[in-house]
Write a protein that binds this ligand. Structure first.
Ligand code: PMP
Length: 445
């Protein structure tokens, strides 16, 4: 891939009038003007860009500005925006009817595709990652007859009550809810431990192992910035959980079908009991799943007593988008994703080094993020050493030069197979000035 700088569009003015108007209207009728908090730009300041369309590697906002998209809808868009085969599959499915409330062939095909790629024997389709983890936890509790859960600080598994109990380690240790509205009864069942620390897991199981239903972990952490599991960490989780009769739930909502055709499992097989998936498997429409051994999954209704259901579960449009996306995801696609991730991360780290900005590039397969800190990062506490104001300055300088990064320092950056030489060259052209903006924001001080 060529990395020769070419002039992209911009720099755009700091204000974005059409987005600002929409944001005003949105705040009148939607809490905070957004339907998912990080979209509001609170972590970086400024006006969130309201998007009008997407094409290949680009987003177009309400002011008609073009951005190279390094968010990719937070992961689902493996092949970029409006890929012709994905669009055609969704259009054809829509023309046949949008929902039946009855089983369809597309659900079987999507389940077959997931079972073929991953270690799961059976899979249940749902509509969001939150539903997937919520039900995996219910199933683990039912299968073990135990209530408690182990999760790791900084890992996000959706907004399930019991899994929000990690807003901050002090709060968590007291067993207090991580969000108002979560009861202390729900939060009190969750033991929050530092990521990448098997000794803490060992100690928790030594203390109350007979009450723990499951350990839930992201296959590789991607919601406090990207932090790979240390060698042997995931294996230790499986070993410790199993030694105490507990289950291991590996959350591959973010990593699944993105870091390899089998997700994180393709890079590091883990002896888990349940897996959760989402994002890529829905190709940009709402679809997610959880799966595992047949004997566990068959405890779900209608074969077993554990209840779970969904009016739109296995929706035909979502299945069509997911199937088209997975079928395009061949070995060549993963090579292109890996190359794009390596190129963009190298450009960024070179520009930051040239500007004297202390940082750590952190990778897990083709997932990556850049921590603006001079300290090594291995868990949530060390992730919090980053200079978030420097990231905000970097973010806005990139945005002005037509590159859309995650509007928070605590998120992964996502590439797609649509990221071509022209788009990469635009990123290359933007990074030096953005790195200088980060330096000017005091990143080195
Ligand atoms: N698990 C992980 C690892 C995630 O990254 C996310 C969402 N970012 C979820 C679960 C929740 O998925 P959803 O937003 O579809 O509910």
């Amino acid at each position: 891939m060529s990395t020769l700088p070419t002039a992209g569009p911009g720099p755009y003015p700091a204000d974005a009038p059409a987005s600002a108007d929409l944001f005003d209207r949105a705040r009148a009728v939607i809490p905070g003007g957004v339907n998912s908090p990080v979209r509001a730009f609170q972590a970086v300041g400024g006006t969130p860009r309201f998007m009008a369309s997407g094409q290949g590697p680009y987003l177009f906002d309400a002011d008609g500005r073009r951005y190279v998209d390094l968010v990719c809808s937070w992961g689902p868009l493996l092949h970029g925006h409006a890929h012709p085969e994905v669009v055609a599959a969704v259009q054809a499915a829509a023309a046949r009817g949008t929902s039946f409330g009855a089983p369809t062939a597309a659900e079987v095909e999507l389940a077959d595709e997931i079972v073929a790629r991953t270690p799961v024997q059976r899979v249940r389709l749902v509509s969001s990652g939150t539903e997937a983890t919520m039900t995996a936890v219910r199933l683990a509790r039912a299968a073990t007859g135990r209530a408690k859960l182990v999760k790791f600080a900084g890992c996000y598994h959706g907004h399930v009550d019991a899994l929000l109990a990690a807003a901050g380690s002090g709060v968590a240790t007291l067993g207090l809810p991580g969000s108002p509205g979560v009861t202390s009864a729900a939060a009190g069942q969750t033991i929050v431990l530092p990521y990448n620390d098997p000794a803490a897991v060992q100690a928790a199981f030594a203390a109350e192992g007979d009450q723990i239903a499951a350990v839930i972990t992201e296959a590789a952490a991607g919601n406090m910035g990207v932090i790979a599991p240390r060698d042997g960490f995931n294996a230790a989780l499986a070993r410790i959980a199993h030694a105490h009769g507990a289950l291991l739930i590996v959350d591959e909502v973010l990593t699944g079908f993105r870091v390899s055709s089998a997700g994180w499992h393709g890079l590091e097989p883990v002896d888990a009991d349940l897996w959760t998936f989402g994002k890529v498997m829905g190709g940009g429409l709402p679809a997610a799943a959880f799966g595992g051994r047949a004997d566990l999954l068959d405890q779900l209704a209608p074969t077993g007593p554990v209840y779970q259901a969904g009016t739109l579960a296995g929706n035909p449009l979502a299945c069509a988008a997911g199937l088209a996306t997975l079928r395009l995801a061949d070995a060549d696609a993963y090579r292109r994703l890996d190359d794009a991730a390596a190129t963009v991360s190298k450009l960024t780290t070179e520009a930051l080094s040239a500007a004297g900005v202390p940082h750590r590039l952190s990778t897990a397969g083709n997932l990556f993020s850049v921590f603006f800190t001079g300290s090594d990062v291995s868990d949530y506490a060390t992730a919090q050493t980053q200079h978030t104001a420097a990231y905000a300055a970097f973010f806005h300088a990139m945005l002005a030069r037509g590159v859309y990064l995650p509007p928070s320092a605590y998120e992964a950056w996502f590439v797609s197979t649509a990221l071509d030489d022209t788009a990469v060259a635009q990123v290359a052209a933007a990074t030096p000035a953005a790195a200088r903006a980060a330096a000017a924001a005091g990143a080195g001080s």
